[in-house]
Design a protein around this ligand. Structure first.
Ligand code: CUA
Length: 320
């Protein structure tokens, strides 16, 4: 890891590649491993070609003996300008095409997850064997060693679904259902992102990805499917209008406009990967969400008395 990052830093200024929770160069999935291999092969080839070109340049500037015959020049153009690039690029193309997923021979997936991209968050629904779904949002959980099939839709503009450590990416297009498969090979916590500019808060449209051992994933899914008892202040949550947009399963809040909040406080982030869930962050969010996340649809609740906003914060923190 360190050596590769060091080598990488020495050649290209890609600092972000060394942040391992969002890096295709720290693969934890089959697709990402293939992409990382392709990257290292191309990077090595680039270094070799760069050395050859620089060598020839230095020779041309400093070399005392210069080739004078036309025949040498003809051969140089033929080999260096036609044969070498044709062979190298064809080899890279074949290598890259071989890494494309083989959809025809793909077996059934172990799990289906419906992912809907919206400005600027992710609606996530796990499909159960009986065809029903468990609604969630902004945090994806997967079992290690199993193939997950994502059914991807957008309700507004084009987004792109990318979990660099696991593989990808694929555009999420309104009016079209895209399918995508990923097979995590290592447990861990990674970061998924929106990889297509979709508006002012495009960069604030991320989601933690938790890859569990299969038994832990089953436990997660069971917990996520379980409705909650309405926490204290539920009446205030409804009276303030929150339940018109947000669902809290097990309570009278059934809105389907914004993210499902059933087990909100057990997630790692709020506002789609934007901030950690703390009372302070939630208080600022309720006061003025657009200050944190420009163009977000959630209205601000600055008209509420401070005590009521604080009560809503504690309500949200109770949604374990
Ligand atoms: Cu959604 Cu960028």
């Amino acid at each position: 890891g360190i050596l590769r990052c060091g080598a990488l830093l020495a050649t290209v200024p890609l600092l972000s590649a060394c942040v391992s929770e969002q890096s295709m160069l720290h693969p934890a999935g089959e697709d990402a491993a293939a992409v990382a291999n392709l990257f290292w092969v191309m990077a090595a080839g680039t270094v070799v070609i760069w050395l050859i070109v620089m060598g020839i340049t230095v020779y041309a500037v400093l070399g005392k003996e210069r080739p004078k015959t036309e025949r040498f020049a003809d051969r140089f153009i033929l080999i260096g300008g036609v044969a070498f690039p044709s062979i190298t690029l064809a080899a890279l193309l074949i290598f890259g095409l071989a890494l494309l997923p083989d959809w025809v021979r793909t077996e059934g997936a172990d799990l289906r997850v419906h992912v809907t991209a919206e400005q600027y968050w992710w609606r996530i629904a796990y499909e159960l064997p009986d065809g029903s779904v468990v609604q969630s949002a902004n945090e994806l959980h997967l079992p290690v060693g199993q193939t997950a099939e994502f059914v991807l839709n957008s309700t507004d503009v084009i987004h792109s679904f990318w979990i660099p450590n696991l593989g990808g990416k694929i555009d999420v297009i309104p009016g079209r259902t895209n399918l995508w498969r990923l097979k995590p090979t290592e447990p861990g916590v990674f970061r998924g992102v929106c990889a297509e500019f979709c508006g002012p808060s495009h960069a604030l449209m991320a989601f933690p990805v938790v890859v569990h051992e299969p038994a832990d994933f089953a436990a997660f899914l069971e917990g996520e499917a379980t409705p909650v008892d309405a926490p204290p202040n539920h009446d205030l949550f409804i009276a303030s209008g929150c339940g018109a947009c947000h669902a809290v399963r097990g309570t009278s809040a059934g809105g389907a406009v914004g993210p499902d909040l059933t087990h909100f406080a057990s997630r790692r982030t709020m506002a789609a990967g934007t901030l950690p869930i703390t009372a302070e962050n939630l208080a600022s969010w309720l006061l003025d969400p657009k200050h944190i996340k420009p163009d977000v649809r959630m209205p601000g609740y600055d008209s509420l008395p401070d005590a009521e906003r604080a009560a809503l914060v504690s309500y949200l923190l109770d949604l374990q």
